[in-house]
Design a protein around this ligand. Structure first.
Ligand SMILES: [Fe+2]
Ligand SMILES: [Fe+2]
Ligand SMILES: [Fe+2]
Length: 418
């Protein structure tokens, strides 16, 4: 059973990054389109290989979501002058967390002058050189508007930019009206069509889905730990309830995606070290609707239904639909418990982690009030220490690569004083 297609993982990833920064995401899509048109013309790659390149090109600036937060709107500055920071973070991010680690150096080299790039021995250096051309064209076309003439780059041919690449671009632009299509937005459809050729193995899909979690971390570091903890607790509960593999997989995807909509909620409110005002609570609650909007038609509907019910409660006082116990499935019930316990055992801006006794008391109260389903709570309470020990080990395992990446980035930053 396929709960999400490779193409939709790509589209979902774009949606997530768009929630974080629409300008940067659209830049990525336009660059991917230019590179796709250029490489397609050369017939060097099969369609499915081009699909991988499109994925990487779309995310060529992924490092900037993390490193350029304070100046995301000053693309000209960090893309053309101090490009090192976001290139290195992007490279490490792809190396450790993506399903295509062999393409990670494309991100490192995408801002490098062509002369220097020439000396490097790397399979995909042409792709990096083409991304470099494409991103310069996109940035300057957007900054200069009607005054932009792509021929202005001709004087950098062979030094900063690849001469072959530039010629290829001029030829493709004349043939396919690339700049025109970028301006009127008609490139988008063509780009989505190529995504049809994206085929990840099951393992690749899993890696890509995990990568989505780390993307959430660009906005709030705590979302990574929260999501991974929720996934692990749900996994432990599902196993102890002897749920069939299919249901466990559905719960896994739902747990991974359930709070995606939080990326659309204002940071000031989420990080406020105080109790929220009623209108702020109302705003936070819209995250379920945003999650729905992003997941619908991309993810299996049963998975979406589990994800969207994570704030429902059996007594009818949950949200957004005020479902009652009979309308809530066991799978939905598992995620409700996993989500709450994950929030309790992890720290918040306004409080410390909650103790075991408090968690157990809370769970018992909630079951008594018929807000939670009994079975998931029972299996969790019965072997709480064992479950939490597994969760601790599992989260540490999953987060290991992420921590290695952040540590290496720190080391490189210190070394290069960036
Ligand atoms: Fe860049
Ligand atoms: Fe870029
Ligand atoms: Fe939520």
């Amino acid at each position: 059973m396929e709960y999400i297609r490779s193409k939709d993982i790509y589209l979902l990833m774009r949606d997530i990054l768009k929630l974080i920064n629409p300008t940067l995401m659209e830049h990525g899509s336009r660059v991917a389109y230019i590179v796709y048109k250029m490489l397609r013309e050369e017939n060097r790659y099969e369609e499915f290989e081009l699909a991988d390149i499109v994925m990487v090109a779309t995310m060529h600036d992924i490092g900037a979501y993390k490193t350029e937060k304070s100046r995301l709107n000053d693309m000209l500055q960090y893309e053309t002058r101090d490009s090192m920071t976001h290139s290195i973070y992007g490279y490490l991010f792809f190396k450790y967390l993506s399903p295509v680690p062999d393409m990670s150096k494309v991100l490192m080299y995408h801002c490098r002058d062509y002369e220097k790039l020439q000396t490097v021995d790397y399979e995909y250096k042409d792709v990096a050189a083409y991304i470099n051309i494409a991103e310069k064209i996109d940035i300057y076309a957007n900054t200069m508007g009607a005054q932009f003439d792509p021929r202005m780059f001709q004087k950098q041919a062979g030094t900063k930019l690849s001469a072959t690449g530039l010629d290829r671009f001029y030829q493709c632009d004349a043939k396919y009206n690339i700049l025109e299509k970028l301006k009127d937005g008609s490139y988008k459809e063509e780009l989505d069509e190529i995504a049809e050729y994206m085929i990840f193995s099951n393992e690749g899909k899993k890696t890509f889905m995990d990568m989505l979690i780390y993307c959430m971390g660009f906005v709030r570091e705590s979302m990574v730990l929260d999501t991974v903890t929720t996934i692990c607790i749900c996994g432990e509960i599902s196993a102890r309830l002897f749920l069939p593999d299919q249901e466990r997989e559905m719960i896994y995807y739902a747990a991974l995606l359930h709070d995606l909509g939080m990326l659309g909620i204002s940071q000031d409110i989420l990080q406020a070290p105080r109790k929220l005002k009623p209108e702020e609570i109302k705003h936070v609650r819209t995250h379920v609707g945003i999650t729905q909007e992003k997941l619908i038609h991309k993810v299996d509907e049963d998975v979406v239904a589990i994800a969207l019910a994570h704030h429902e409660r059996g007594d009818g006082n949950g949200y957004p639909k005020r479902l009652t116990d009979k309308q809530i499935s066991l799978q939905q019930g598992v995620l409700q418990v996993g989500d709450v316990v994950s929030a309790l055992v992890n720290k918040r801006s306004y409080r410390d982690a909650v103790s075991k006794q408090q968690v157990l008391r809370f769970l018992n109260d909630e079951v008594e009030k018929k807000r939670f389903k009994k079975q998931p709570v029972m299996v969790l309470v019965e072997s709480y220490d064992e479950v939490m020990e597994h969760v601790r080990k599992e989260t540490a395992r999953i987060l290991k690569m992420y921590q290695t990446l952040n540590m290496q980035y720190q080391q490189v930053s210190t070394k290069y004083k960036i």
